[in-house]
Design a protein around this ligand. Structure first.
Ligand SMILES: *Cc1c(COP(=O)(O)O)cnc(C)c1O
Length: 406
């Protein structure tokens, strides 16, 4: 990506917002193009081109099943991670309701696709309990075990958090749920392609994926549902996806997703080593900024996630100045349309409001380089210092009129 800078000089943009979306990779683009050129018929049509498209569809399903350690008939294509999260949770709630179970257990730092679905169920009379998240971004299996009740119809806990990168012990949580006979759903959108997934070994009953987080296309995802787990259809119509998700299949996107996931998993271990080395350089460098703090666990985190809070800095201003310097990052705060709500994730790990407003997330991929890390480490300390110089609150703290928090 290039952009015109003031003057004529061209500046290479550094993209470190991969938790928001990733660049569609070459493997996905090739698979999508092949589908659009040759396999554009409707997979439900009985003629030969239709049947060839059906074959491509089922090959993609089988490939994804293999990567997850699942069976192809446990794979349902959805429009993305949000739809998969919605369908998993609403299905478990409906099944629970039929047996008089209306207690749902989740965590305080889930994605909004989970939290807002749970809020909707709460309005319908379900009892939703959100487990507290520790300062390092963890929830333990013991805490899940203690909170499960005879009327619990679902435990939903994410594999890895999208803002602070912390990784939950899903296998252990899965074991606790299986033992208690409670269905376990995990939002694995940030984990897929980066962390090992085996739905059998990790005793996962339902799992959500989204292609655009691992260099696949947008608007396509997967809901894995273990055989025997009842699913409720959110979209009525034709009999696609065994009657659980109507609508003509988006075959190019599905094939692109399968290719991207295969590619990510084939290079998963080498990418993990290289990307986490870049991450650790960033963390070490940014930790030298006074009155700053890493969010989440220093070790138990996604290979590409760097999340910091800088006291006396406003996250959105930081982002704008970084953008001017050609660095595309994200803040942890969900500041939209001028309402300055700090991130629920940062509040969940105990950051005070004032600190949560000064957050910055850099999310790396295997496309980032050492030179980019150098440039980020040259830029951020200067930008933070500049913003602090302009802040009246910071001046008060420096003069001792107000306490430092970090
Ligand atoms: C991006 C994301 C989602 C939503 O996925 P979409 O495909 O964009 O709907 C859900 N959960 C997590 C953790 C995510 O990072």
């Amino acid at each position: 990506m290039y952009r015109e800078k003031k003057g004529k000089e061209k500046m290479k943009t550094i993209y470190v917002d991969n938790a928001a979306t990733t660049r569609t990779g070459a493997a996905a683009r090739r698979a999508m193009e092949a589908c659009m050129e040759e396999y554009w018929a409707n997979p439900s049509s009985l003629h030969s081109p239709g049947q060839q498209a059906r074959e491509m569809l089922e090959r993609a399903r089988a490939d994804i099943a293999t990567v997850l350690g699942a069976s192809p008939r446990e794979i349902y294509f959805t429009s993305g991670g949000s739809e998969a999260d919605n369908q998993a949770i609403l299905s478990a709630a409906e099944a629970g309701q039929r047996r008089g179970k209306r207690h749902i257990l989740s965590t305080a730092f889930e994605h909004h696709a989970v939290l807002h679905t749970l809020q909707k169920l709460e309005k319908q009379g379900f009892e939703v309990e959100l487990l507290d998240v520790h300062e390092n971004g963890n929830v333990t299996p013991e805490e899940v075990a203690r909170a499960i009740r005879p009327d619990t119809c679902l435990v939903s806990a994410m594999y890895a958090n999208n803002e602070i990168g912390s990784i939950l012990p899903v296998a252990e949580i899965g074991a606790v749920c299986r033992e208690a006979g409670v269905p376990f759903h995990t939002d694995a959108v940030q984990a897929a392609g980066y962390l090992p997934i085996s739905v059998k070994e990790q005793k996962i009953d339902m799992l959500s994926l989204s292609a655009h987080k691992f260099h696949g296309p947008r608007g396509i995802g997967v809901l894995y549902a273990r055989a025997g787990i009842p699913l409720t259809s959110l979209i009525e119509g034709g009999a696609q996806e065994r009657g659980k998700r109507a609508g003509t299949e988006n075959l190019p996107a599905i094939a692109g997703m399968a290719a991207a996931l295969r590619e990510a998993c084939a290079h998963r271990e080498e990418n993990h080593v290289r990307v986490s080395a870049l991450r650790d350089r960033l963390i070490a460098g940014l930790s030298r900024i006074p009155h700053s703090a890493l969010n989440g666990d220093p070790v138990n985190r996604l290979p590409g996630n760097v999340s910091f809070c800088f006291e006396g800095v406003e996250g959105e201003s930081l982002l704008l100045l970084l953008d001017e310097a050609g660095i595309c990052a994200s803040s942890g705060s969900a500041c939209t349309s001028g309402s300055l709500d700090p991130s629920h994730v940062l509040l969940a790990i105990g950051r005070p409001h004032e600190i949560a407003h000064g957050s910055l997330r850099l999310s790396l991929s295997e496309e980032n380089t050492d030179e980019e890390i150098d440039r980020i480490l040259e830029t951020i300390p200067a930008v933070v210092a500049r913003l602090r110089d302009m802040s009246p609150l910071w001046q008060d703290k420096r003069k001792g009129k107000k306490e430092f928090i970090l």
